[in-house]
Design a protein. Structure first.
Length: 511
């Protein structure tokens, strides 16, 4: 099955075969996801935070309980006409004031883990004192009142007090039990001694309600613990991201410095290498052609040909490395003009024709008639087509075939397709072949090894033209490469003047 590999601006020169580099990132993401999704137990990790939240809530709602106690005392005096209930109100307000005083003292001190345990015990003791005050209220009697009315009054008061305690103190577990166990014990003993059905019913209702509110408080406490745990996880992740971002910025800065140093080095070395290479190529060509006289030893002539061929290979390598460096640095500028892919393709066929004939390779053409011009860089497009044709000739065996097509794409663009019947490329090696300096196993075993920069340069040039590069190959069935230019680069043709005869395109021929 064929494999299509398309490129874009962000995938020009990338080795996609090295997926093992993503394993540390995947592992870190997986560990973080498991840590976020794991359940958090109510351990002592958040004792200090929970206590601080409770103290703040207690101080913010410090006026609710005194107001309720005053209302209860006023209603009690109104119904019972017993002024001793003011003594209970004074005792309860004193206990509540003591609890508020403890909370204020705790907020002023720096809250450590050890101090959090100490202040938690002190605040629970304050809740027990308030609970004892409610127990005193619960065991009171009224000789002048109707028993059922007074029990209803006490029951309603105790239920409201229980709900207020549960809602305001759920961050301090088990404050509900600590505050209302004395109340249950007091009215339980009184109900056992009096054997009054109303007192027994009140004891049962209050006990059930205390257990229910204790369960609700515990659930609210666990929910807040989870919120705190998630908040802590989020803070840890933000801190890790900030550290990673700073490391990434530092790595990017170093990479930019290294890239700048590489560009300067290549610019310097290109001049230092090209100057002696030009001399080597020129003198070796003169010696090989025996311009200054014959060479007495035939071996010397063979040596000069080898020197010229090696120097030309080195010069081509330097030019390709410089082209790749300019593309990576964004310094590759296009000199765009109206060009014809048909003319450029015919020129490139002529350039490789001699080499193809030496291997008895036939190149067949299938060109669309009268293709309009495209807006592109002629030098770059010639380099693209010549690189693809050279690769096809290089890896096609003796007496092979190469098919070249130029035509329209389905989207209105133009394409150049080159297909050979060579050995092909294994599926897993396609990303390697498309990477910089990457060579497949067939190329490594071949006697005509290249630099591994041809296809990356083709991808980058087509990306600069907003085009697309596709490579399809199957082992032992050949390779097809397609260079595509988008429809917006195709120039609109102007109709010919009626009285002027249209000039047909002259077909170029090569020896």
């Amino acid at each position: 099955m064929s494999n299509g590999v398309s490129t874009s601006n962000d995938k020009n020169i990338v080795d996609k075969s090295r997926s093992h580099r993503n394993k540390p990132v995947s592992k870190a993401v997986r560990v973080t996801r498991e840590r976020l999704q794991s359940s958090h137990s109510a351990s002592g990790a958040f004792d200090r935070d929970v206590l601080v939240m409770y103290i703040n809530a207690l101080l913010q709602g410090a006026s609710i309980m005194p107001l309720f106690v005053i209302i209860v005392a006023a209603l009690g005096v109104y119904f019972t006409e017993n002024t001793q209930i003011f003594l209970w109100a004074l005792l309860t307000l004193t206990a509540h004031a003591t609890n508020v005083f403890l909370a204020r003292r705790a907020r002023k001190h720096e809250m450590t883990t050890a101090r959090a345990r100490k202040w938690r015990r002190a605040l629970l003791l304050g809740q027990f004192m308030i609970g004892c005050c409610w127990a005193v209220f619960a065991v009171q009697d009224c000789a002048t009142c109707e028993p059922s009315s007074f029990v209803l009054y006490k029951g309603a008061t105790l239920l409201i007090a229980l709900s207020l305690t549960a809602m305001s103190n759920f961050m301090l577990t088990p404050s509900v039990l600590v505050a209302f166990v004395p109340v249950i014990v007091g009215i339980g003993i009184k109900a056992a001694l009096s054997r009054d059905i109303l007192e027994i019913s009140l004891t049962a209702i209050l006990t059930t309600t205390v257990l229910f509110f204790n369960y609700i408080s515990d659930r609210l406490f666990q929910s807040n613990l989870k919120i705190l745990a998630y908040q802590a996880e989020k803070d840890d992740l933000i801190a890790e991201l900030e550290v990673a971002k700073s490391m990434s910025d530092e790595a990017r800065r170093r990479a930019e410095e290294a890239n700048l140093a590489k560009s300067r080095f290549l610019a310097s070395m290109s001049h230092e290498l090209r100057t002696p290479l030009n001399a080597i190529l020129g003198f070796s060509e003169v010696m090989s052609a025996e311009v200054m006289g014959p060479l007495n030893n035939p071996t010397y002539k063979e040596y000069t040909s080898d020197i010229h061929r090696s120097g030309q290979h080195l010069l081509d390598l330097i030019n390709e490395i410089l082209d790749l460096s300019r593309i990576e640095a964004g310094k590759y500028e296009l000199s765009e003009e109206a060009i014809s892919l048909l003319d450029i393709s015919e020129e490139c066929i002529g350039m490789v024709q001699l080499r193809a004939r030496s291997k008895n390779i036939s190149i067949t053409q299938q060109f669309e008639a009268e293709l309009p011009s495209v807006w592109a860089d002629e030098k770059s497009m010639r380099q693209v087509i010549l690189n693809l044709l050279s690769n096809a000739v290089k890896f096609t065996p003796q007496s092979g075939e190469i098919h070249m097509k130029v035509g329209w794409t389905a989207g209105g663009g133009q394409y150049v397709s080159i297909k050979d019947n060579g050995p092909g490329i294994p599926e897993d090696e396609i990303p390697v072949v498309l990477s910089a300096f990457g060579q497949g196993s067939i190329a490594i075993k071949s006697a005509e090894q290249g630099t591994g920069l041809g296809l990356p340069i083709v991808q980058a040039i087509l990306a600069k033209h907003d085009g697309q590069f596709i490579l399809k190959s199957k082992l032992r069935e050949g390779t097809e490469v397609i260079a595509i230019l988008p429809a917006r680069r195709v120039l609109q043709t102007v109709p010919a003047v009626e009285d002027t005869q249209a000039v047909s395109r002259r077909r170029r021929s090569f020896a």
